[in-house]
Design a protein around this ligand. Structure first.
Ligand code: G6P
Ligand code: MG
Length: 215
């Protein structure tokens, strides 16, 4: 249920920026190098999930068992490719409506936070020059428990000093929707309703939203 919103917490990949495709390409490349395929449907299971957990799911899909040292190497290899892909990102990869919606929330006194599992979040925000749109940034470098654990969103609420019940999360991943609900927050799903059945409402993108004054 979504109540009066005093803070908005945004996932990064697939909500603010179009990086989900680069994560997918890098994981697919790792799968191919290891002799198996990785489809877009498989990729839904990795959205919002930490790097280490994503690798475990990928290996499970490929039916591979590997030692910890090899896992570390694979995760580093995937991240190297991913970082290469995002080096050339520009503001055109900010998703439609994201900047406007954030600016509009802030102009109405609603706090904004980033709540992402990504350790690359600071690099992306800096590259695109959008760090200033968030009152606080909570990313994979700050939290220990990955979504669907609610830690990332609870920490954002606490840093903003807003009770969780007055926060709304914007998420494109099933794991993130579950994390938001476990934090006691309302959640707007971004993407296809079929993939985000538990969200309180689902929209195609932030461009569909307008900030309503008052309350
Ligand atoms: C986000 C993405 C995931 C990604 C995770 C960790 O939640 O949706 O696909 O695996 O962040 O990102 P990182 O950039 O630290 O590998
Ligand atoms: Mg996401």
């Amino acid at each position: 249920m979504i109540r009066e919103m005093r803070a908005a917490i945004f996932d990064l990949d697939g909500v603010i920026v179009d990086t989900a495709k680069y994560h997918y390409l890098a994981w697919k490349r790792l799968a191919h190098e290891n002799g198996f395929d990785f489809t877009e449907a498989d990729n839904e299971r990795l959205k919002g999930v930490s790097r280490v957990r994503s690798l475990e799911i990928l290996l499970e899909i490929g039916g591979l068992t590997v030692e910890d040292a090899a896992k570390e190497k694979m995760a580093a290899q995937k991240n190297g490719w991913y970082v290469d892909y995002i080096q050339n990102m520009d503001v055109s990869e900010i998703l439609p409506g994201a900047t406007n919606y954030l600016e509009s929330l802030r102009s109405k006194g609603i706090k904004t936070a980033l709540g992402s599992a990504s350790k690359n979040a600071p690099l992306i925000l800096k590259r695109l020059g959008i760090a200033g749109l968030f009152d606080t940034v909570v990313d994979g470098n700050k939290v220990h428990l990955a979504k669907p654990d609610p830690e990332v969103f609870l920490r954002a609420a606490s840093e903003l000093n807003i009770p969780p019940v007055r926060c709304v999360v914007f998420e494109d991943a099933e794991a993130g929707v579950e994390a938001a609900h476990r934090a006691g927050m309302g959640v707007v799903g971004i993407g296809k309703p079929a993939a985000l059945k538990e969200a309180d409402m689902v929209i195609d993108g932030l461009y569909q939203l307008e900030v309503v004054a008052g309350g």
